[in-house]
Design a protein around this ligand. Structure first.
Ligand SMILES: NC(=O)C1=CN([C@@H]2O[C@H](COP(=O)(O)OP(=O)(O)OC[C@H]3O[C@@H](n4cnc5c(N)ncnc54)[C@H](O)[C@@H]3O)[C@@H](O)[C@H]2O)C=CC1
Ligand SMILES: O=C(O)C(=O)Cc1ccc(O)cc1
Length: 288
């Protein structure tokens, strides 16, 4: 149970957690905090949070759990704003899509990452943003990864795990570097490719025809290019090295495909596509 949960950034991710924890009766009180009142007023109206304040120091007073669900580029400024105002038993966690940079932000603000800071990442979301997009079931049967450091308090980690489990999630632990490498490959690269593909096509001289005649495959492949550009710019900047590694591996393979098509290398193309189909079929089978 949580007495007072404070959520910085009551958007899709923070709002969905609030809805799920309210349904589970897991918090006595949920307080939202952000820079502007408009989204927070909407969150109160929708019954997502109980109340809000624009004052970070006041927000975290007597809180036992604090969630940072703001864009990655805002993590350090929120940590700076609450530093020195949190109570001794408060646990701080975040929902950022990359973890090394959040750890670095905590280090820059506190000197060393506090024992009660537990980096986390829900592997669930959508291309929509804002509290209006929050979904009560967003985390049900979805993974949440926590990336505790060697000195992270086990009690703090268990309290964060219990919170996400109350929202219906399956929580797994991972180390920070592995998290960032894996997520760069499975999430950040596909988003970067979707943005780059739609950008390329929209700049074509025949872009009107391209979009007019696009079929379901184009819609499936490009859904995530409707995601928030600010959030994804921040992720690219904050998980730079791992994303560059993934883009470079992909460029290499795409370049092989280019050459195979240029050389009409039927068996080479067949090998690549068959290998990819087997891998995706196996992934879908594992999910069902
Ligand atoms: N959208 C997704 O599918 C997923 C997002 N994440 C991560 O969760 C975090 C939040 O993402 P969303 O909920 O999608 O974004 P969102 O745009 O729906 O919500 C973010 C909220 O943070 C507020 N905000 C922005 N700057 C702030 C600041 N300096 N101080 C306080 N509040 C501030 C905004 O007003 C907004 O209400 C990001 O770090 C993102 O990387 C993690 C998993 C999935
Ligand atoms: O919209 C989708 O399918 C996503 O992939 C959502 C998502 C976005 C960012 C994350 O860090 C995790 C999940």
């Amino acid at each position: 149970m949580i007495k007072k949960l404070v959520i910085f950034g009551v958007g899709l991710i923070g709002g969905s957690l609030a809805l799920a924890l309210k349904r589970a009766n897991y918090c006595e009180e949920i307080v939202g905090c952000s820079r502007q009142a408009s989204g927070l007023e909407k969150a109160v109206e929708l019954g997502v949070i109980d109340r809000y304040t624009l004052d970070p120091a006041e927000a975290v007073k007597d809180a036992d759990m604090i969630l940072l669900a703001v864009p990655m580029g805002a993590m350090a400024s929120v940590l700076s704003a609450i530093k020195g105002h949190t109570s001794a038993d408060a646990v701080i966690t975040d929902a950022g899509s990359a973890k090394a940079s959040v750890v670095a932000a905590a280090e820059s603000v506190y000197g060393t990452v506090p024992e009660n800071f537990v980096p986390g990442h829900p592997i669930a979301g959508a291309e929509k943003s804002g509290v209006e997009a929050a979904l009560i079931d967003l985390y049900v049967d979805h993974k949440v990864i926590v990336t505790p450091l060697a000195h992270t308090s086990r009690d703090a980690e268990l309290r964060v795990i219990a919170m996400w489990e109350a929202a219906g999630a399956d929580v797994e632990s991972m180390d920070v570097e592995n998290h960032d490498r894996v997520l760069a490959a499975t999430s950040h690269l596909p988003h970067a490719l979707a943005f780059a593909l739609v950008d390329t096509l929209s700049r074509s001289e025949v872009s009107e025809d391209i979009f007019h005649y696009a079929a379901g495959g184009f819609r499936d492949f490009t859904r995530i290019a409707s995601s928030d550009p600010v959030m994804w710019r921040d992720i690219c900047l904050e998980n730079r090295d791992a994303i560059l590694e993934s883009i470079e591996a992909f460029q290499k393979n795409l370049s092989s495909l280019h050459d195979m098509v240029a050389e009409s290398d039927s068996s080479g193309i067949m090998d690549m596509f068959s290998h990819a189909k087997s891998a995706r079929d196996a992934y879908l089978k594992k999910q069902s």
